[in-house]
Design a protein. Sequence first.
Length: 847
Amino acid sequence: MCGIFAYLNYNATRERRHIVELLFNGLRRLEHRGYDSAGISIDADPCRAPVTVSSGAVLPSPPPLVFRQEGKIENLLDLELSFTSHAGIAHTRWATHGEPSPINSHPQTSGEGNEFLVVHNGIITNYMELKETLLKYGFHFESDTDTEVSPKLAKFVHDILNEDLGSDGGDKQVVPFTQIVMDVMRQLEGAYALICKSPYYPNELVACKRGSPLLLGVKETGDMRTDINVESDLSAEGHHGKPTEYYLASDANAIMEHTRRVLVIEDNEVVHMNDGAVHIFKFDSDKSRRLLRPASVQRGLSTLEMELKETLLKYGFHFESDTDTEVIPKLAKFVHDILNEDLGSNGGDKQVVPFTQIVMEVMRQLEGAYALICKSPYYPNELVACKRGSPLLLGVKETGDMRTDINVDSDLSAEGHHGKPKEYYLARDANAIVEHTRRVLVIEDNEVVHMNDGAVHIFKFDSDKSRRLLRPASVQRELSTLELEVEQIRKGNFEHLLQKEIHEQPDSQTMTMRGRLIRGGEQKAKGILLGGLKDHLKTIRRSRRILFIGCGTSYNAALAAIPVVEELSGIPVTMEIASDLLDRQGPIYREDTAIFVSQSGETDDTLQALEYAKSNGALCVGITNTVGSAIARGTHFTNAYTSQIAVIVMLALALGDDSLSTQQRRTAIMDDLYNLPSKVRDVLKLDKDMKELAALLMDEQSLLVFGRGYNYATALECALKVKEVSLMHAEGIVAGEMKHGPLALVDETLPIIVIATRDASLNKQQSVIQQLKTRKGRLNVMCTEGDAEFMCPDRTCRIIEVPKVQDCLQPIINIVPLQLLAYHLTVFRGFNVDQPRNLAKSVTTQW
């Protein structure tokens, strides 16, 4: 295992010999961790004159010296030379990537001139992807290590940002060292602790960590206090030039001989040491580096992440509306002011921060589906638009020019338009554009459109990456001629709306949880906030019974969540089909809570059942999409099912919030809710497998789907979707009823799907599989990843492996491949995917 160590002295004069010995002693203290090579980096002779290296870079101080074999140093350096301030870094290496050798030892460098140096503990899992990118931009790699991508990526980010801001990267650095390191952090995957050094930032060190240990030790001459406060005592205002020595290490053994005043650095904290001052920031890799002016650590405790509105209120912003939209312009102003402040601009006539950068920073904060069009007096005659999950189109009209082969990058760029009269239109629907022009471009997710003085540039923006890693790629494609094919436009890159909707479920899950799933530190879920219900939770908890009422898919979604509602609330739960409740005039009492589940909010049976429950005095709760929203009228059914389950699970969490006995269970569910969009994204990778299965089943007349417990509803929903769109008979069966009739149908010709993911019913489902195999059923088994051999050791079954989540959330994961199966079955069988026969999206008349 690697070990890292750094030493920085400020106003404490030390000979180079002392610095070198201290660095190597620190490494010796880390020997117990195991190592096969070592190295250090120290400053060259003190000199503040700018230096130009062969690459053309102008350094404000000489390049740092790097030694990867201890024995060479004494012969090469004047060890008697003294430094008032100095920053050195050191590393012991246990080889993980590349053999033990000097070239693979740390510090690793950005290249000639040692413009950026890094020591690293941990493993960067995506280093090959980053290496391939950097190779394309002319970087050369000398080692086989994963670490080498870090300093080269730092140089790449540094050069790009300085180029953007018109700086030559010389003596005056306009880009903070912390910003460069944070942009590097956004690229790295894996567990790591880094300490970074650069001649561009003399006497500065920046360290960060995620998943690997890191400690900060502090020693002030003549000061033996142990209650030091990082923010007040070590800030630029607090240390008052006191002689101070700092130590960074991956293990306390390397620090304890120097000081006992140690701060444990937490994951996603960034330590910045500069001229004797220390600031420690809390950095969320999924957020802008400046949203919260990264929270200063107080005695090792960092402030928790807050919702956007709460954060902006703390910074003096006032809100006039109740909309979610109002946070966006206020966040844009906040980002604009912060970035201009960082760069020393007064935000006046000359804007040093591009409008697109501000919008991209805003995009990093936003969750959910949206399309934005932004305007500002700071940027006259400019518009910036972006989208994620909501439709957006660009229309172009040139006076006297009827061409349809216009290329966005060449014809509409500043070089291409040559002052031709133009009109541009941005809209979410083609109907708003078609009367003006038929030349349109469908904007894709995470594209940013910049219109300025007649020029248009469209950039591809990856929200999970640094905004500049690939110099957001200009989109090269032709405008299309609009022939009022609105449905085709809505499909985007998908062949059918249903296919698009299935693949958009990660975003629909994120949107469902936005503002409701409240997270605390370390990206852990903290609680549930259901604004429309918070005043009624006590009443619901006192209910004698909870009734869920719905039809079709909504009924199945509620059925899937019943067990967790009962478990966390302790209240009996029953299910009612709305039409059957009305037919029976079933009893409902004042002590009941009736929860109505409807995707559209317009289902006639459900609305009539609502009136019936209200007339009997029950508390009535509705779960539906936003009233009157485009979502309610624009989706079909797939993401409604998964989102409804998520909402009902959150309701269960809120109802059980006052119970200590279920706290651990609730925390586990909330953690998995937070990760649910990424899990859904993973399971969508089964698309090809489901297409192959559909090809095998396309000529069949019938399909049986067996489920149990939480996944009985999954079986029902799968059968419903197969029937609705592919027009194949399918039946969802609770597995416990297999011997009571269904088993008689099983033979070698009947295709069967058994849902057997890990939960309390797993052993019983395995028994069901064995009985079906005995009768030679054509089995397709859905199981948890890694369970294939356990579920079907003789490999006579077709296996569908899905990620594991908490049992109450597993139906959300399990239904996705079955939705894909229904879609591909429909295509293969030649039926209209988006207009199922004899069906409507919302049943608004009673039968």
